[in-house]
Design a binder for this molecule. Structure first.
Ligand code: 6PG
Length: 242
């Protein structure tokens, strides 16, 4: 059963998510000398990343032992306003001492999205050898039930033979490169961050036992612990169904 927590505001949620990150990082570094984390894209996690770059959180993490990956990326240049890497860099990575070789971004410079995905699958395979898994995967949730770039009715939903793939999202008229289910599931812990009234319907849907299984997020068979951090707006419809 997932651990679901509701916070009055996004600001309170971000502080709890920052404490969760610090706890998880310390535990992983104690256990294995390193903390492997996959970042979520979109708008919701930006507030968490910004908070982690400030005190009292920044000094509690040994950033030299942090290895950063990305759950998905828009097929745009790394300095493009839509780039998840750019968002994470500006919100956090530029402000903390993670060795550059431990920031494993999805290289969107490749001439074809499939080539970028193949490259990232290799990066994940080499940095997370057999048996090794992410200590933490951060995920968001789209109003259509997508997570990372695992969008409804797209071929990436059936990819299980590699850790990353490219996907063309018709409704966005855009290519994305995303971790596949096997990669996202390869996590000791998964933390969903979901805020805002526009997510209330999908949250109630996803967290209700009778949720329609066609929602991509419902297909996630996470190996480890799954937590949902919701703000009151996003949880509004779910709370009344509980
Ligand atoms: C992305 C994300 C995507 C995101 C959801 C929610 O690259 O956009 O990885 O899965 O988490 O679309 O996005 P918001 O946080 O912007 O609502």
């Amino acid at each position: 059963m997932a651990n679901i927590q509701v916070f009055p505001t996004p600001a309170v949620l971000y502080h709890s998510a920052a404490e969760y990150w610090v706890r998880t990082a310390k535990r992983a570094i104690e256990r294995a000398g390193a903390f492997h984390i996959a970042l979520a894209g979109g708008n919701t996690p930006r507030g968490l990343y910004q908070l982690l770059a400030t005190e009292p959180y920044a000094s509690q993490i040994d950033w030299h032992r942090v290895h950063v990956y990305f759950g998905d990326e828009r097929y745009v240049p790394k300095n493009h306003p839509d780039s998840n890497y750019r968002m994470a860099r500006e919100a956090l990575l530029d402000s903390v001492a993670i060795p550059p070789e431990q920031i494993l971004r999805i290289q969107t410079e490749f001439p074809e999205p499939e080539l970028a995905a193949e490259d990232y699958a290799r990066v994940l395979q080499s940095h997370l050898p057999e048996g090794e898994i992410f200590d933490l995967v951060l995920l968001g949730l789209g109003a259509d039930g997508h997570t990372a770039s695992l969008f409804p009715e797209t071929p990436i939903l059936t990819v299980r033979d590699r850790l990353a793939a490219a996907v063309y999202v018709k409704k966005l008229k855009a290519w994305r490169i995303s971790m596949t289910y096997p990669a996202v599931e390869k996590a000791r812990q998964v933390l969903f961050l979901v805020t805002g009234a526009d997510k209330a319907a999908v949250v109630a849907h996803v967290l209700s036992p009778s949720a329609d299984k066609t929602l991509p997020v419902k297909h996630l068979q996470a190996q480890g612990e799954v937590s949902w951090y919701l703000d009151a707006e996003a949880a509004r419809k779910w709370e009344v169904t509980k």
